[in-house]
Ligand binder design. Structure first.
Ligand code: AMP
Length: 176
């Protein structure tokens, strides 16, 4: 996993002072790195029944699509508010300043389906927690959530675990 960590580009003070942006485009560009990441994200769920992967816009689409293909299941996009064309269920979550919202198609999940949530990074966990709520409100069961990167100092992964979601992260970076 040290190899994967080296493929992530760290950009200080982006998008604002004090934040180090962990840019996975450099990892995605690397054939071996991309393949290794997808294998590792899917691995804990290979022997489980997974009905669909739900990926969070936008980097969660790239990773989630590939993981779904690997697990032999379908893919569900969880999008920022106002982007999905059909009827939706929405969930607000708190940002550092203000609120944001994500949406899922109301018919994307059938009652009792087992759903795996995928995103590139978990920080405070607000986005992933909102995604888990959307899956549950849609009748699905969240069987886990997997991320390439955890920022443990922000505590999101622990919080999500505490809410009953089995979490996996491939690598971690200190700080914000
Ligand atoms: P959070 O809701 O705080 O867990 O934030 C997670 C979402 O914001 C993910 O979709 C990430 O892609 C993005 N994000 C948050 N912090 C960073 C960071 N330091 N570098 C890159 N992306 C981030």
């Amino acid at each position: 996993m040290e190899h994967l960590k080296q493929l992530v580009r760290s950009i200080p003070d982006y998008p604002k002072p004090g934040i180090i942006f962990r840019d996975v485009t450099t990892l995605l560009r690397d054939a071996d790195g991309f393949e290794q990441a997808i294998i590792a994200l899917a691995e804990p769920f290979q022997s489980e029944k997974v009905d669909a992967v739900a990926g969070i816009e936008a980097r969660g689409f790239i990773l989630g699509g590939a993981v779904a293909d690997r697990l032999g299941c379908g893919f569900i996009p969880i999008r920022k508010k106002g982007k999905l064309p059909w009827k939706t269920i929405g969930q607000e979550y708190t940002l550092e300043y203000g609120v944001d919202a994500i949406e899922i198609h109301e018919d994307a999940i059938r009652q009792g389906e087992r759903i795996l949530i995928i995103d590139d990074l978990i920080a405070t966990g607000g986005t992933a927690d909102a995604a888990a709520k959307l899956v549950r409100r849609s009748g699905g069961e969240v069987i886990g959530a997997a991320f390439i990167i955890d920022l443990p100092d922000l505590g999101g992964l622990k919080k999500l675990e505490a809410s009953g979601v089995k979490c996996h992260a491939l690598i971690a970076f200190e700080g914000h």
